[in-house]
Design a protein around this ligand. Structure first.
Ligand SMILES: [Fe+2]
Length: 405
């Protein structure tokens, strides 16, 4: 599993993560900061303050008891929001501070964090680092939904994606899967306790379901996914910086509800969390691996992750990342919806310094996603990492594959 952040120099890791989120904000044209590209999330200006306020609150205030220089901002930027879809916040741009005030707060916070972070408990440092990297991805969802004229584009190679219909199912024999993180290694509270489960035999799609396959479902009457739009009777894809004809061999990004409806239509189901583990990390010999391809650290040949690409690539692009059973892209190129509601593992204990991180979402209204997308940092490809979203939240880079039980 991944070395701890402290082992690799925590401050250096935090600096790299800051550069990652700073580069994202640099893609915004002036004025875009006060827009709200996703109705169920805060305006972008919140996130400019949130990343630093989180570090302040966790490292400086809670762990090291350093007196605040700006309690109002510490509180204003403390937490994001996740209301049911359709229940948007009602604040106005004028309710938020100026960009200049927030940048001053950020600069001062970073200077203090730099001086003290190595004195904080290792776990808190890792939480701050991974929190920022998670936002590097969720900010990408927000930016994806901004109109193109509010973003400064980067060069993106045009996508050539021809449909390669497969539908091939791979048999996975019954066996054991280890869920969760080993005690003593870093993970979020919901990754503990590590435990083993028995998984009966099943068959799973070698590839994620593609836009081309989903198109048949839409032609049969299903609602098109959020990332698609129709122009004069032809389907196009809304990419991060440009529209393209629908990339037929790339994974379709859908909600849980859409993925589950497609599976029913196809007479199949979605992976459970345990089946995902078995297909991704299990082997015919019975031992388990750190990643689908083995124990080697994640590299670009293994999959589409770690910010190399802004959009999805074809589903058959990464044979070097196949699992021991030959299943492709279980990690990268789109999170995978599972049929498992997000809930606690046996022995779950909330983090005392961030009790709501997971517990607030154990409500049967969020589902577990595994794997990772093109905008997921490599550290989250660890086997035990669990992501979760509401079943009708359409903005995530989230894909799925089919299962026969
Ligand atoms: Fe956050």
């Amino acid at each position: 599993m991944a070395t701890s952040a402290v082992g690799r120099g925590l401050l250096r890791q935090i600096e790299l993560a800051r550069a990652r989120t700073d580069q994202l904000f640099e893609r915004l044209k002036s004025g875009a900061l006060y827009s709200r590209p996703i109705p169920e999330r805060h305006r972008l200006i919140f996130y400019l303050g949130h990343l630093e306020a989180f570090d302040w609150n966790q490292i400086c205030r809670q762990a090291l008891d350093i007196p605040s220089f700006h309690p109002e901002f510490d509180h204003l930027f403390e937490f994001g929001i996740d209301p049911p879809v359709g229940q948007a916040a009602q604040d106005q741009p004028s309710d938020w501070p100026s960009e200049r005030e927030i940048q001053e707060y950020n600069k001062r916070t970073r200077a203090i964090v730099d001086q003290v972070v190595e004195q904080a408990p290792e776990q808190v440092g890792n939480v701050a680092l991974e929190h920022r990297l998670m936002h590097a991805e969720t900010l990408a969802y927000l930016f994806h939904n901004l109109p193109y004229d509010q973003k400064i584009p980067v060069h993106v190679d045009p996508i050539h994606s021809a449909l390669q219909p497969s539908g091939r199912m791979i048999a996975i024999p019954a066996g054991e899967a280890t869920l969760g993180q080993e005690a003593g290694k870093f993970g979020w509270d919901n990754e503990y306790d590590q435990h083993r489960v028995t998984v009966p035999a099943f068959a799973v799609g070698k590839y994620k379901i593609t836009n081309g396959e989903y198109l048949k479902f839409v032609r049969a009457g299903a609602k098109p996914p959020h990332f698609w739009f129709d122009r004069n009777g032809e389907w196009f894809y809304r990419g991060m910086f440009a529209e393209t004809p629908l990339p037929l061999n790339a994974p379709v990004f859908v909600t849980y509800a859409e993925a589950a409806a497609y599976a029913r239509w196809a007479g199949k189901t979605l992976l459970t969390e345990a089946q995902f583990h078995r297909a991704a990390f299990g082997t015919p010999g019975g031992e388990e691996r750190d990643y689908p391809w083995g124990d080697a650290v994640p590299e670009i040949a293994h999959g589409n992750f770690d910010f190399h690409s802004w959009d999805a690539t074809d589903v058959d692009q990464n044979p070097a990342g196949d699992s021991a059973f030959g299943v492709s892209q279980l990690v990268g190129n789109g999170w995978e919806w599972t049929a498992t509601p997000f809930g606690p593992f046996p022995g779950f204990q909330p983090f005392s310094f961030y009790p709501g991180y997971s517990k607030n979402f154990f409500d049967e209204e969020h589902y577990v996603l595994k794997g990772g997308s093109q905008r997921t940092a490599s550290c989250f490809l660890r086997r035990s990492f669990r992501n979760w979203f509401r079943p009708d939240y359409p903005y995530v880079y989230a894909s799925f594959r089919l299962v026969e039980n």
